[in-house]
Design a protein around this ligand. Structure first.
Ligand SMILES: Cc1cc2nc3c(=O)[nH]c(=O)nc-3n(C[C@H](O)[C@H](O)[C@H](O)COP(=O)(O)OP(=O)(O)OC[C@H]3O[C@@H](n4cnc5c(N)ncnc54)[C@H](O)[C@@H]3O)c2cc1C
Length: 495
C-alpha cells in the first residue's frame, strides 16, 4: 500500500504551462519524482500571455522565487488592474483594479454607503475609495513587506519560460527537444504509456501532463476528450499580436480598448509593449483586423504581427485516465481579464494536492475536474458580463454581444444587482465583490436600490467618514514613487 505507483512524470510541451508545471512539481515534490519535459523548438509556443492576476504572487512563493530577480529576468512591470476604454460607451474609461474599495461592515459592502451618499448628492467616484485604483491612475507604485497594495505582473512570456526552465534544470528536470509524433496507449484501459518522438526516442511515463497548447495532443489527440465551445457567448476567436517600442514610462495597468468588433490589449513591459487586437471573425475579416491593429497601436512595431486563432471554451475533462491537461490544452476563455495563467497556477496547485502517488483513479480525477469546472464557469460569467453590460450600439458586433442571452448564473447576478445593489463572491471564485462592482458600474449598470445601512448614520457623519477615507488614500498615493522610479530602483531589467 505504501509503494509509489506514479513516479515518472512526463510534461508534454514547453510553453508557459509546461515550464510552470515542471517548476512547481520539481520544487514541491522533486525528491519523489523523475520529471521529463518534451518540447519542440520547431513548433514553438503561442508567445503571448503576458498579463497576470495577483495569484501570480502566490505561485511565485510556491516556487520560492525572489521577486526582484524574477521581474528583472522577465522584463516585468507591476499591474494594479486593467484600464477599460470605450466599453460602456465610446469615450468611457474605468479601471478595474485589484484593490478593495472602502471599508465594509458585517451588514454589507461599502458600496451601499457610497450609493446612499450619491443619493444624497455627495460621495464622488467609487474609485476614490480604492488605493490601487488611485495609484494606477497616477502611475504610482510601491511595495515592501508591509505594503497593502494588491498587485500582479506584466511579464515577457518567452523570457518567463526561459527563466522557469533555468529553475527546473537546477532541480533536475530533464528537457528533451523533439517533436512528438505518436502517443502509445495501453491496450486494456487506454492509459498513456509513452510518447514517441520524430527521432524515434520513446519517453515512457506514469503520469502525462498535456501542455501542448490548443492542439491538446494527448488529451484530445490520443484520449479523444472533447471540447465545449462557448462561442455563442464569447464570439472572439482571433488575435493579431505584435510588440511595439515605447518611450514613455509603463503604466501599472493593462489597457483593454474596445473597438467595433472586439478590443485591443496593451501590456507595458520595461522595454516594450505587448499589443493584441482581439476580434470575432464573424464580424471582422483578418485583413480588416490587421488594419484596425495598425490604426490603434502606438510606437514602432518590433516584429511582424502574428495571427492567433482560438476558440473560447473548455475541455470536458481536464484530467482523463493518466493525463492531466493544463493551459491552452485544457481550455481558454479569452484574454480579457488575463485569467489563463491564473487557471494554470490553480490547476498545478490542485495537482500537487491531489497528486496520484498510488495511481490515477476516477475519484481523484473527478475531484480535480469538478473543482476546475466550478472555477472556469464563474470566470466565464465574469468575462461575458463585459460584453453584455454595455450601451454600445455602433456596430453589429456590439448589437450581437449586448443582446445575446447570458448564462442563467450570470442572469441571476445581474438581476440581483439591478434590483438591490447586491453583489457576491461565490465560494472558490476568483473575482471578488469589488471586481464585479467595478465592471458593472464602470459599464453603466446602475442598481435601482441599495441596502439602507447608510441611512443609519446622519448625512454629515457619512460625509465625514467618506471624506476621511478618500483623504487617507489620496495622501498614501502621494507618498508613493512613480511606477517607473520604483522599477528602476527595485528590479531593472538588464539592457
Ligand atoms: C491571444 C491570446 C492572448 C493571451 N493573453 C493572455 C494574458 O494576457 N494573460 C494570461 O494569463 N493568459 C493569456 N493567454 C493565455 C496564455 O497565452 C496561455 O495560457 C499560456 O501561454 C500557456 O500556453 P501553453 O503553454 O498552454 O501553450 P503554448 O504556449 O502553445 O505551448 C505549447 C507547447 O507544446 C509544444 N508542442 C506542441 N505540439 C508538440 C509536439 N507535437 N511535439 C513537441 N512539442 C509540442 C510547443 O512546442 C510548445 O512548447 C492568451 C492567449 C491567447 C491565445
Amino acid at each position: 500500500m505504501n509503494g509509489q505507483v506514479v513516479k515518472r512524470v512526463v510534461v508534454a510541451g514547453g510553453g508557459s504551462a509546461g515550464w510552470m508545471a515542471a517548476a512547481a512539481l520539481s520544487r514541491q515534490l522533486g525528491p519523489l519524482l523523475d520529471i521529463v519535459l518534451v518540447e519542440s523548438d520547431e513548433i514553438g509556443t503561442v508567445g503571448v500571455g503576458e498579463s497576470t492576476v495577483p495569484t501570480a504572487r502566490t505561485f511565485n512563493a510556491l516556487l520560492n522565487l525572489d521577486e526582484a530577480e524574477f521581474m528583472a529576468a522577465t522584463q516585468a512591470t507591476f499591474k494594479l488592474g486593467i484600464s477599460f476604454e470605450n466599453w460602456g460607451e465610446i469615450g468611457d474609461r474605468y479601471i478595474h483594479s485589484f484593490g478593495q474599495i472602502g471599508k465594509s461592515t458585517w451588514l454589507g459592502h461599502f458600496h451601499h454607503f457610497w450609493l446612499q451618499a450619491k443619493a444624497q448628492g455627495f460621495g464622488g467616484d467609487l474609485g476614490d475609495y480604492c488605493l490601487e485604483l488611485k495609484a494606477a491612475e497616477q502611475h504610482r507604485f510601491h511595495t515592501d513587506d508591509n505594503s497593502p497594495l494588491n498587485y500582479a505582473y506584466h511579464i515577457d512570456a518567452t523570457l518567463y519560460g526561459r527563466y522557469l526552465r533555468g529553475k527546473c534544470e537546477d532541480k533536475g528536470v530533464r528537457r528533451v527537444e523533439g517533436k512528438i509524433v505518436d502517443v502509445r496507449q495501453r491496450s486494456d484501459d487506454g492509459f498513456i504509456e509513452a510518447l514517441v518522438l520524430e527521432s524515434g526516442e520513446v519517453i515512457e511515463g506514469d503520469l502525462f501532463i498535456d501542455c501542448t497548447g490548443f492542439r491538446g495532443l494527448l488529451i484530445n489527440g490520443a484520449l479523444g476528450v472533447g471540447f465545449e465551445d462557448w462561442g455563442r457567448w464569447l464570439p472572439n476567436d482571433r488575435a493579431w499580436a505584435v510588440q511595439t517600442s515605447t518611450d514613455v514610462g509603463p503604466g501599472p495597468y493593462t489597457r483593454a480598448i474596445a473597438h467595433k468588433a472586439g478590443w485591443l490589449w496593451g501590456i507595458p513591459l520595461q522595454r516594450r509593449v505587448g499589443n493584441g487586437l482581439v476580434f470575432s471573425s464573424q464580424f471582422m475579416s483578418d485583413e480588416d483586423g490587421l488594419r484596425q491593429l495598425e490604426q490603434m497601436i502606438e510606437g514602432e512595431m518590433l516584429i511582424d504581427p502574428k495571427l492567433i486563432r482560438f476558440c473560447a471554451g473548455r475541455r470536458h475533462k481536464a484530467w482523463s485516465k493518466n493525463c492531466v491537461s493544463l493551459g491552452l490544452a485544457a481550455g481558454f476563455i479569452e484574454p480579457l481579464e488575463s485569467t489563463s495563467i491564473h487557471m494554470i497556477m490553480i490547476a498545478i496547485h490542485r495537482l500537487l494536492q491531489l497528486f496520484p502517488f498510488q495511481g490515477c483513479t476516477e475519484a481523484l480525477s473527478d475531484r480535480f475536474n469538478n473543482l476546475a469546472d466550478d472555477e472556469i464557469l464563474k470566470i466565464r460569467d465574469f468575462i461575458v458580463l463585459h460584453y453584455n453590460v454595455t450601451e454600445r450600439t455602433d456596430s453589429p458586433y456590439w448589437d450581437h454581444v449586448r443582446t445575446t442571452e447570458v448564462p442563467d448564473t450570470l442572469a441571476h447576478r445581474l438581476a440581483l444587482f439591478r434590483e438591490s445593489g447586491h453583489v457576491f463572491q461565490a465560494p472558490g471564485e476568483l473575482f471578488q465583490v469589488d471586481s464585479w462592482l467595478q465592471v458593472m458600474l464602470g459599464q453603466r449598470l446602475q442598481p435601482r436600490a441599495h441596502h439602507h445601512m447608510g441611512r443609519l448614520m446622519p448625512p454629515e457623519q457619512l460625509r465625514g467618514a467618506l471624506t476621511d477615507l478618500k483623504g487617507n488614500i489620496a495622501s498614501a498615493v502621494e507618498r508613493m514613487p512613480t511606477h517607473q522610479a520604483f522599477i528602476d530602483r527595485y528590479c531593472p531589467s538588464p539592457a
